[in-house]
Design a protein around this ligand. Structure first.
Ligand SMILES: NC(=O)c1ccc[n+]([C@@H]2O[C@H](COP(=O)([O-])OP(=O)(O)OC[C@H]3O[C@@H](n4cnc5c(N)ncnc54)[C@H](OP(=O)(O)O)[C@@H]3O)[C@@H](O)[C@H]2O)c1
Length: 301
C-alpha cells in the first residue's frame, strides 16, 4: 500500500509509520522541518516537506495514497477538509487522530467521575472541546463520500514511540516538571481518572482500522485507567522524588495554561474500547501505565 502520514515526525505518527514500513508498505510523511526530513529518510520514510495549512499539497498526497493517517493535529479542520477532498469517491482509507479529552469534564482534580463512555454512548462534550468533536464528526460523515474513514481517539498514551519523537504528552510532562520542581505536581486532589493505552497497542489498533474498518466509525483506545494521584505516586517512587504537591486549579491554569491544567491533568476521561475489541478483534497486551512507570520509564539525570 502507498501510505501518507501527517505528523510522521511525531510520537503517534512516527510509531504508525515504522509499523507500516515493517509490514511492507511504502510511507510518505509530512514534516515542516529539514532536520526531521533527514531523519525520516534514515527511518525509510519518504519526507514530504510542507504544512497542514497547504491544502493543495494535502489533496495531491491524499490522491496518491491508498491510506492516509492524519496524526499531526486533532484540531486542524483545514487539513481534514483537504484530505477528504483528495480521497472522496475512491473507497480508500482515512484515519484521523482525535483524543479522549473530547469527553473531559471540569473536575479540576477533585473527584473521580462515574461517567464511563464507550463509542456507543451519547457523549457529553464540554463546549471548549466541541470544535474537536465537530472535526471527528466531519471525518465520520466522510464515509458517505465513499471514503473508508475512521476516527481513533487515544486516551492517555504511555510507552516510548518508535519514530523521531519518542515521548508522549502527559507522563513525560509530569516527570520533567517533577525533576524541575523537586515535587510531583498534580491538579487538586488528583482523584480525577483517565483511561490509558500503551503506544504499541495503539499502533496495532491503527493497523487493524486500516485493514478492517468499513468506514464511518469512532474507536476509543484504552486498556486500563488510573487516577492522577496514582500516576503521581508511581512517578514519585520511580524518580525518588518524595514530595507530591496538590496545585490549586486556578494556580495550575496560571502556571500551565487552561488546556493543560483543566483537560490534560484536571479532568476525568474514562472510556471503554468496545468497538475496537468487538468489531476489529483488537487485543491489547499492555495493562498498566503505573507498572510501565515503575519498571520501564527512563530516569534522566
Ligand atoms: N500523545 C498523546 O498522549 C495523545 C493522546 C491523544 C491524542 N493526541 C493527539 O494526537 C495528535 C498528535 O500527538 P503526538 O503526541 O503524536 O504529537 P507530536 O509528537 O507533537 O507530533 C505531531 C507532529 O505533527 C507535526 N505538525 C504539527 N503541526 C503541524 C503543521 N501545522 N503542519 C505540519 N505538521 C505539523 C509536527 O511535525 P514537524 O514539526 O516535523 O512538522 C509533529 O512532529 C495531537 O493532536 C494530540 O493532541 C495525543
Amino acid at each position: 500500500m502507498n501510505v501518507f502520514i501527517t505528523g510522521a515526525s511525531g510520537y503517534i505518527g512516527g510509531s504508525v509509520a515504522i509499523a507500516m514500513i515493517k509490514n511492507g508498505h511504502k510511507v510518505r510523511g509530512l514534516t515542516r522541518s529539514c532536520s526531521s526530513a533527514q531523519q525520516l529518510m534514515t527511518l525509510g520514510i519518504e519526507p514530504v516537506m510542507g504544512e497542514l495549512e497547504d491544502a493543495e499539497l494535502l489533496v495531491q498526497e491524499a490522491c496518491k495514497a491508498d491510506a492516509v493517517f492524519n496524526t499531526a493535529n486533532a484540531d486542524h479542520l483545514g487539513a481534514v477538509e483537504a484530505l477528504i477532498a483528495g480521497l472522496k469517491g475512491t473507497g480508500r482509507v482515512l484515519i484521523h487522530t482525535s483524543g479522549t479529552s473530547i469527553i473531559g469534564d471540569d473536575a479540576r482534580g477533585n473527584f473521580c467521575s462515574d461517567a464511563i463512555y464507550s463509542e456507543n454512548s451519547t457523549l457529553v462534550i464540554d463546549p471548549r472541546k466541541q470544535a474537536r468533536r465537530d472535526i471527528d464528526l466531519r471525518v465520520i460523515e466522510a464515509s458517505k463520500l465513499d471514503i473508508r474513514s475512521a476516527v481513533v481517539a487515544p486516551s492517555l498514551i504511555y510507552g516510548y514511540g518508535k519514530g523521531i519523537n519518542k515521548q508522549s504528552i502527559q507522563i513525560p510532562f509530569l516527570s520533567k516538571n517533577a525533576s524541575d520542581n523537586g515535587a510531583v505536581q498534580i491538579v487538586g486532589k488528583g482523584l480525577n481518572t483517565w483511561s490509558n493505552v500503551h503506544i504499541d497497542d495503539l499502533v496495532d489498533l491503527y493497523l487493524l482500522v486500516a485493514e478492517k474498518c468499513k468506514g464511518g466509525s469512532l474507536y476509543f483506545a484504552e486498556n486500563g485507567e488510573a487516577s492522577f494521584i496514582e500516576i503521581a505516586k508511581s512517578i514519585s517512587k520511580r524518580l525518588g522524588i518524595h514530595a507530591i504537591e496538590h496545585l490549586d486549579p486556578e494556580f495550575a491554569v496560571e502556571k500551565w495554561g487552561m488546556a493543560r491544567a483543566l483537560f490534560s491533568f484536571g479532568s476525568n476521561s474514562r472510556v471503554r474500547s468496545v468497538r475496537a475489541r468487538e468489531d476489529l478483534g483488537w487485543n491489547p497486551k499492555n495493562h498498566s501505565a503505573q507498572q510501565w512507570i515503575l519498571n520501564e520509564m527512563k530516569i534522566y539525570p
